[in-house]
Design a protein around this ligand. Structure first.
Ligand SMILES: NC(=O)c1ccc[n+]([C@@H]2O[C@H](COP(=O)([O-])OP(=O)(O)OC[C@H]3O[C@@H](n4cnc5c(N)ncnc54)[C@H](OP(=O)(O)O)[C@@H]3O)[C@@H](O)[C@H]2O)c1
Length: 295
């Protein structure tokens, strides 16, 4: 079945990759925050109504994938009201409008909803325990969406990098050119996720939900396969750049105090994704190679 997809947050890293995934049977409208501000109820009503009309005209099924978010983890500590408006009020209004129009909603969330002190991969049903304002707002956003009565799914992901926007990979590419050696934390664990792979996964899920085959489980985890540390990830980035990975030295979180606590353990189990019949994302190593190969 052809899909007509609305992607609030279309100018972000994930939003751009969702837009780039458009094909013959998948039409994507991915507005920036200037074109669709999720804190404005009227704008949401208009955008979802337009989506339904476009889908009807095209004989396609409408679906919303919410890629909008306040993602500045440090800034959120002193700007929680704004983060709440974008990460909670916006998704709540989006879900309410989707519910009233019968449009399924896929809402993207984060490993930051967890405390980050586990020793085995987090499952969707594990208790949340955010340690940051960003994490608190994202957790409340999940509740708002799931409690809305909409046909809604929450997909948590982690350590996202894309070709656009600000992200860890791009920062390390810049630092490789600027510094002879680099110290990078080696005691924080997670799963790097290329936004292009995540976009493909979300569209696969969208195909299921519009056909009424959406997973019974409403919270799913979807990250790149495997896990690593920021230090080992950086060494892999250096290798891809043709630079000597030995220029990257391990350090501890205690050596690198950050204004906002960073989770020590952010690995999400992808079992829920596979159990839903969805294609697991490739390993983080393969994805990184593909990213640098210009796939
Ligand atoms: N980045 C990560 O490492 C990471 C990890 C785990 C989960 N996630 C989740 O993945 C999703 C996508 O993240 P991302 O990395 O693509 O983030 P991003 O690059 O920061 O993009 C966020 C998008 O949200 C938009 N936005 C901000 N305020 C808005 C508003 N009021 N109305 C509508 N749109 C608004 C931004 O638009 P403008 O730029 O036009 O303002 C931007 O397009 C988010 O839900 C995030 O929480 C990300």
């Amino acid at each position: 079945m052809a899909l007509e997809v609305l992607v609030p947050g279309g100018s972000g890293q994930l939003g751009r990759d969702l837009a780039a995934s458009e094909g013959e049977d998948v039409k994507v409208y991915a507005p920036s925050s200037a074109e669709l501000d999720v804190t404005q109820a009227g704008a949401i009503v208009t955008a979802v109504s337009d989506l339904v009309a476009r889908a009807k005209a095209a004989g396609a099924k409408p679906v919303v994938i919410n890629a909008s978010a306040y993602t500045a983890v440090d800034a959120a500590e002193t700007d929680e009201g704004r983060a709440f408006a974008i990460n909670v009020d916006g998704p709540r209004m989006l879900a309410a409008v989707c519910s009233s129009r019968g449009v399924p909603l896929i809402h993207v969330s984060t490993d930051y909803v967890f405390a980050g002190d586990a020793s085995k991969p987090y499952e969707p049903a594990d208790p949340v325990g955010p340690k940051t304002a960003y994490g608190r707002t994202k957790a409340a956003g999940e509740d708002a969406v799931l409690g809305s009565g909409a046909q809604a799914w929450v997909v948590r992901t982690a350590w996202v990098y894309g070709k656009t926007g600000k992200n860890f990979v791009k920062t390390m590419i810049r630092l490789e050119g600027e510094r002879e050696t680099l110290s990078v934390v080696d005691d924080q664990h997670g799963s790097p996720t290329w936004s292009a792979d995540l976009a493909a996964g979300l569209l696969e899920l969208a195909g299921q939900v519009v056909d009424g085959r959406g997973p019974a489980q409403r919270i799913l985890h979807c990250t790149g396969g495997g896990a690593t540390t920021w230090c080992r990830f950086t060494r892999a980035i250096f290798t891809e750049l043709g630079a000597d990975p030995a220029r990257v030295n391990p350090c501890t979180t205690a050596d690198y105090p950050s204004p906002t606590p960073r989770p020590a353990y952010s690995v999400l189990s992808n079992a829920s994704w596979a159990d839903a019949g969805l294609t697991p994302l490739r390993s983080w190593e393969d994805a990184l190679r593909a990213y640098f190969a210009g796939e």
